[in-house]
Design a protein around this ligand. Structure first.
Ligand code: NAD
Length: 260
């Protein structure tokens, strides 16, 4: 099990779901965690977790928000050793013939533009120290065209391109960049669907695909098989020194859904 030995880990989307699970796991593994989210951080931490955690509330899509958050982390903890780009939203399953401008812009902004700006903000310090690890949270939709709407699919495919680009560009600078590709996980992400952007035809095309991946309760209701904790452990591995020759990798965390 990797220990983070006081490394400074910067996590976006720390208040819920996968970001929250990762925050708790890294704190338990002796990291210092700087968490950013536009939603309040409402979770109780133990005394030792609290002393290693700083929360910064911000909408990262706003101008200079990524740079300001990194500056706040540097004044709190002095540096950023690990960046985890986890904040994200889903679309309403809109297709190329139905997607609305505002949805396309909203989804691309938080799922793709923000992670790139976050990487831009932390890279100078990582280059100077010749050390850094970045983990981007992709999705099954980062490599498949069948598991979401066009905005989410394009944003996550774009994030994979950005991950590979950073991995190669900085592979001689001691900086690694990887991605996890989770399957369906029970979190609060469905609250991010804008109802006026919901496309029933797009959803009905996606639904049989997700049925291949989930389990069912006694009444036949779908239940995800992947938990936030499974994704958090994979993120922690990629962020840790145990993965120190792993860069440019896309690791599915989906109980084999990606092989279809
Ligand atoms: N839940 C799934 O099934 C699933 C599957 C594959 C990938 N993912 C990815 O996992 C990541 C985390 O999602 P989750 O499922 O934990 O969802 P979640 O909704 O539980 O958590 C996402 C967090 O991101 C924050 N956030 C959203 N927009 C923000 C902004 N503009 N500025 C700051 N914070 C913002 C939210 O407030 C929220 O706390 C996302 O990138 C998502 O695409 C999720």
């Amino acid at each position: 099990m990797s220990s983070f030995n006081q490394k400074v880990c910067f996590i976006t989307g720390c208040s819920s779901g996968i970001g929250l699970a990762t925050t708790q796991l890294l704190l338990n593994r002796t990291a210092k965690v700087f968490g950013v989210d536009f939603s309040e951080f409402k979770h109780e931490l133990t005394e030792s977790q609290s002393s290693s955690f700083k929360f910064h509330q911000a909408d990262l899509t706003k101008e200079n928000a990524c740079e300001d958050a990194v500056a706040a982390c540097q004044s709190a903890f002095g540096k950023v050793d690990v960046l985890i780009n986890c904040a994200g939203i889903i679309d309403g399953w809109g297709s190329a013939d139905t997607v609305k401008d505002n949805e396309l812009e909203r989804v691309m902004a938080i799922n793709l533009t923000v992670p790139i700006k976050m990487m831009r903000a932390v890279l100078p310090g990582m280059k100077e120290r010749k050390s850094g690890a970045i983990v981007n949270v992709g999705s099954k939709a980062a490599t498949s065209g069948a598991s979401s709407g066009i905005a989410y699919t394009a944003s996550k495919h774009g994030l994979i391109g950005a991950t590979k680009n950073v991995a190669w560009r900085f592979h001689n600078d001691g900086i690694r960049c990887n991605a996890v590709l989770p399957g369906g996980v029970s979190t609060n992400i469905h609250n991010s669907v804008q109802q006026d952007c919901f496309d029933p035809a797009g959803f009905n095309t996606f639904f049989p695909i997700v049925q291949l991946h989930v389990s069912k309760d006694a009444d036949g209701n779908p239940i995800p098989v992947v938990g936030s904790d499974h994704v958090a452990k994979t993120i922690a591995f990629l962020a840790s020194d145990e993965a120190n020759m792993v860069s440019g990798a896309m690791i599915p965390v989906d109980n084999a859904w990606s092989v279809i």
